[in-house]
Design a binder for this molecule. Structure first.
Ligand code: PLP
Ligand code: ZN
Length: 424
């Protein structure tokens, strides 16, 4: 049987069971829609978001769940049975207590939420898992996306696991760590001569084409579901801290969805009485070579003006971020700030996190690490408040970023004297 012969219909599904989700709602005008493959409001073109009617969610009901993001399925637009459908079971990544790094930076308590531990080594497995579950229910049998790299890898792998067809679109200039990994799963991989924003626009155009009638673009027509997967990063941080919120969090911004959804997760946990209502501050991190949200923040503007990306942090290189204005809202409401760091600072950040904590981050993690230092230096982040920084991807995927800066201490003959000399 070819992959094309397998469809979502082969998997037993409770028709349109989206768990606690009750519909979609426009984030701008509040117009209501049914659950479907829709992402823009027909009244005002505003982005749509999932609406819920949560049941009785307790710490115990979550803790009794599986060791994956499905332990939070009561808070996601998925059926309780999503865990049993073929998927990569991402989530439950480690929260590293960064004593060495804290000491070096003069901080009291610092943690690294290390999402490089997901199945395809980035946090994108979370959003894909939720989108894949929605795609099944909506009868969208081909899994697709526009990607800066990590999403491509996550979609190709998730589709392979479920015996689904995938069509992944990426800018043609991505790192080998992103293209080779994605291509390995034997889906369709289209490298587009253009940047991410060109690829994204192409996907929006494709959605109107009969060619894509049964395609679920995880971050376009499935975006309301996809984005909800990011909430699980916030839930996990709180649960791993012993059911409480950290005082400060530093989050990388590409489209801005992750940052917005971590905030949403924290607010939901408070509303549901799962954590105490303590104040927290959310900080954003961008690369100077693609910092449209930072620039709007600095200028005190609500409008995010698109930029042309030019940075080694390709996973964050979205020049026209869909959730940029909402990220600004969160940062302003929680009295946070945004950092913007240069490519050399990103490399230094990667090396520092590796040297102090044994965590090898991809460039996005380098952006967060360097932003932490910048915010501390500028007095914007409190060194005495408990802080969590996010590493969202694995350094093995962006070896190019550090290849010119590290290497063997020495290359020598197999002789004791040479070892002694090399280490002298
Ligand atoms: C996609 C991605 C992000 C941020 O994504 P948003 O679009 O802002 O939700 C952060 N880090 C890595 C490594 C990513 O791949
Ligand atoms: Zn609207």
């Amino acid at each position: 049987m070819t992959v094309d012969n397998l469809s979502a219909a082969d998997i037993a599904i409770d028709d349109l069971d989206f768990g606690p989700a009750t519909g979609l709602i426009c984030r701008e005008c509040g117009a209501n829609y049914g659950l479907g493959a829709a992402y823009a409001c027909m009244e005002c073109f505003g982005p749509l978001e999932v609406k819920y009617n949560y049941g009785n969610v307790t710490r115990e009901s979550i803790e009794a769940g599986p060791n994956s993001l499905w332990r939070y399925s009561q808070l996601l637009p998925v059926s309780a049975g999503a865990v049993d459908e073929p998927n990569l079971e991402p989530g439950c990544t480690r929260l590293v207590h960064a004593h060495n790094l804290a000491k070096e930076l003069g901080m009291t308590s610092l943690w690294v939420k290390d999402d490089s531990g997901n199945p395809t080594h980035s946090f994108k497995d979370r959003v894909v898992a939720v989108a894949q579950s929605a795609a099944r229910r909506l009868g969208l049998t081909t899994l697709s996306c526009a990607s800066t790299g990590n999403l491509a890898h996550a979609v190709a792998a998730a589709a392979a696991r479920a015996g689904q067809r995938s069509v992944v679109l990426i800018p043609s200039d991505l790192e080998d760590g992103k293209t080779v990994t994605t291509a390995t799963y034997d889906g369709k991989l289209l490298a587009i001569n253009g940047n991410y924003d060109d690829v994204n626009r192409l996907c929006s155009e494709l959605i109107g084409d009969p060619l894509t009638n049964d395609w679920g673009f995880v971050n376009v027509n499935l975006r309301p579901y996809y984005a909800e997967g990011s909430k699980t990063v916030g839930y996990e941080i709180a649960e791993q801290l012993g059911w409480r919120l950290p005082q400060q969090v530093v989050i990388p911004i590409a489209s801005g969805a992750l940052l917005v959804k971590v905030d949403k997760a924290f607010r939901e946990l408070i509303e549901l009485g799962l954590v105490e209502d303590t104040e927290y501050t959310i900080f954003g991190a961008q690369a100077a070579g693609c910092s449209p949200v930072y620039q709007a923040f600095k200028a005190g503007q609500d409008v995010v003006r698109p930029v042309k990306p030019n940075t080694i942090a390709k996973s964050l290189a979205i020049g026209n971020p869909a959730d940029g204005p909402y990220a600004l809202d969160v940062i302003r409401r929680t009295h946070g700030a945004i950092g913007s760091v240069s490519d050399p600072e990103i490399v230094d950040g990667i090396l520092k996190l590796a040297r102090t904590e044994g965590v090898f981050a991809e460039t996005a993690g380098g952006v967060v690490m360097a932003t932490l230092e910048q915010l501390l230096a500028e007095g914007l982040l409190d060194p005495t408040a408990e802080t969590v920084i996010l590493n969202t991807g694995d350094g093995l995927k962006t070896l190019d970023a550090v290849i010119d800066f590290v290497g063997p201490t020495a290359t020598i003959a197999p002789q004791v004297s040479e070892v002694r000399e090399a280490l002298a």
